[in-house]
Write a protein that binds this ligand. Structure first.
Ligand code: XUL
Length: 582
């Protein structure tokens, strides 16, 4: 459940929590950015009393996916117990921050403030806070029950484009505004009895503070309610979302949003002082979303890209330019005013690759090799680029592989495969996979498909000023479970480029908890007006913290994939049209 790395010194420590779909992690660093403890609570493996699978409950009839909030209370005490067992000296903890799965909402009842404020260190959080919620569940980012509400959000300001310009994103099933709209209609009485609404990130901070914490300036952008231009809630969208309950009531439920992502929210509640030995002076910093926290795992420069290869795939960049588009997301940067986080988020990431991996393992009669990726990697490596033995004469093979309904583009679960002639620009669907060697051709094709989609949607953002080479990221950083895979890294470099190469963070699986911990370091130790990038940049030890794992930009490969992006775009439009989505 927990493990320990090396501890050293007697200086201050900082905890970053990662409250994600499948686990809660607590990661502890010192002022030199070194990880000294990690404790993990895996929801399926370690929790008791919840009917969950992969951390969530699914109601297929209504396309709902949600998590029991009490599960997270059980997890928090357990992670802290895990750190205690490792001998961690809690009195050294100067700051606590966190990262929460984005968009999820927690509904507090009338007694919430009283129960949070009066926590008794002799009892567990789960025992004491069961009555704090007006609704026991939190909608999860995989929920897709809100198509109707999304249509209303998209139409309310005039168009998807307008909504994306105002809030950073068009309406998405998982975004908190459409979720609240559905909630207040489905459970009007519960909504009336709801005193406050938290995001998963601010819920985490609330537990430590002993009262309800405000939203974080970046995570609030995952709601379709925050007007990024105005730096305030959008009154029109609040009106839609609140319905008959009224805007003022909803504003009270949501609360104020401080601009400073490093603000001192207050000191830790005595519960944690008495039970775990925290110092009374330990400061609580706003927790942010898991994606914004991930970009804080290193001093990311504009034009560097991060690809997080987990259950979902996300593509993240920090950028000074705000170019909202219905196909992408923009959020306020979690620490640095004037910067934004650009994001693409796919539901079909690791799971989709695993399906093809398993089919390959079956076809070679090696169902459980010691390295499950061995055969998949060999096949993907040995398959020529775009499936073309002879690029002059063979068509490009490309496909869409969605075992689950996809967000980008908004398509049902399914698999589609096409051959594309880059010279004539002719696209031919091959429903039976003619010319494809099943399942072998799928291995390279799925990696290429996921990465071509990233290239297609990020191409307007990347620049290589003065270099004379085409627009592309400077560095591509891979994080998350898939970042260990060298074949994926190589193909990522070939498709996305990266004038300095493809890198892996040494602490790849922990990037998001690490980013949260670094946020706490910055918040407590910054000098007046010192930016996150400056403080973390000064303490960053490149040789220790990152490893170059593949070449980035290779001119001829980059160009061939550039031609394929055109075909890819055409393929997506064709499928969307076939499915009546265009
Ligand atoms: C981002 C998103 C997911 C979750 C995963 O919009 O929905 O990446 O944040 O926890």
């Amino acid at each position: 459940m927990s493990n320990r790395t090396a501890d050293s010194g007697s200086g201050p420590l900082y905890i970053g929590f990662d409250l994600s779909t499948q686990q809660l992690k607590g990661l502890v660093v010192n002022s030199d950015l070194k990880v000294v403890h990690v404790s993990i609570f895996d929801f399926d493996a370690h929790s008791h009393g919840f009917p969950i699978k992969k951390g969530v409950i699914t109601n297929e009839a209504e396309h709902e996916v949600y998590a029991p909030v009490a599960l997270w209370l059980q997890a928090l005490d357990s992670v802290l117990d895990g750190l205690k067992k490792q001998g961690m000296d809690f009195s050294r903890v100067a700051g606590v921050s966190g990262a929460g799965q984005q968009h999820g909402s927690v509904y507090w009842g009338d007694d919430a403030e009283g129960l949070l404020g009066g926590l008794d260190s002799k009892k567990s959080l789960e025992e004491q806070l069961a009555g704090a919620f007006s609704h026991p569940f939190s909608p999860n980012w995989q929920d897709s029950s809100t198509q109707g509400e999304c249509d209303e959000f998209d139409g309310y300001l005039g168009s998807q484009e307008k909504l994306a310009d105002v809030t950073g994103s068009k309406a998405h099933h998982r975004f908190t505004g459409p979720q609240i709209l559905r909630f207040q209609r489905k459970y009007p009485d519960v909504y009336k009895k709801t005193s406050r609404i938290s995001l998963v990130s601010s819920f985490l901070a609330s537990l430590f503070l002993g009262h309800i914490a405000p939203f974080d300036i970046s995570d609030v952008c995952g709601m379709n309610l925050w007007n990024i231009h105005k730096g305030a809630y959008d009154e029109d969208l609040l009106k839609l979302c609140a319905g008959p309950h009224g805007v003022e009531d909803l504003k009270r439920k949501l609360g104020e949003v401080p601009e400073d992502g490093g603000i001192d929210l207050g000191k830790v509640h005595p519960y944690f002082v008495e039970r775990y030995g925290f110092s009374k002076t330990c400061t609580i910093i706003p927790s942010t979303g898991d994606n914004p926290a991930t970009i804080l795992a290193l001093p990311l420069r504009p034009s560097d890209a991060m690809v997080s290869l987990g259950t979902s795939t996300t593509f993240l960049m920090s950028t000074p330019s705000y170019k909202a588009d219905p196909a992408t997301h923009f959020f306020n940067h979690p620490t640095t005013p004037g910067l934004y986080m650009f994001m693409l988020c796919y539901k079909n990431g690791g799971l989709a690759r695993e399906r093809i991996r398993d089919a390959i393992n079956d076809s070679v009669g090696d169902k459980s090799p010691s390295n499950p990726w061995k055969h998949f990697d060999e096949v993907a490596h040995n398959t020529p680029i775009l499936g073309q033995k002879n690029p002059e004469t063979d068509p490009i093979k490309m496909g869409l592989f969605f075992p689950r309904p996809e967000i980008v583009p908004n398509l049902r679960a399914g698999q589609w495969r096409f051959n594309y002639d880059a010279n004539t620009k002719k696209l031919t669907e091959t429903p039976q996979g003619e010319g494809w060697k099943d399942p072998d051709d799928n291995a390279r094709a799925i990696i290429e498909s996921q990465l071509l989609s990233l290239r297609l949607r990020s191409r307007g953002l990347t620049t290589s000023p003065g270099s004379g080479i085409p627009a592309q990221p400077r560095r591509v950083y891979l994080v998350g479970g898939g970042s260990k895979n060298k074949v994926i890294a190589k193909i990522a470099g070939e498709i996305l480029g990266g004038s300095e190469g493809v890198y892996k963070l040494e602490i790849g699986d922990n990037a998001c908890a690490l980013g949260a911990a670094y946020k706490a370091v910055w918040a407590i130790e910054r000098k007046k007006d010192q930016t996150f990038e400056d403080l973390i940049g000064q303490r960053w030890r490149e040789e220790e913290f990152v490893e170059k794992i593949a070449d980035g930009y290779l001119p001829s490969e980059f160009e061939r994939y550039g031609a394929a992006v055109e075909g890819f775009e055409k393929m997506e439009s064709t499928v969307l049209e076939q499915e009546g989505k265009k």
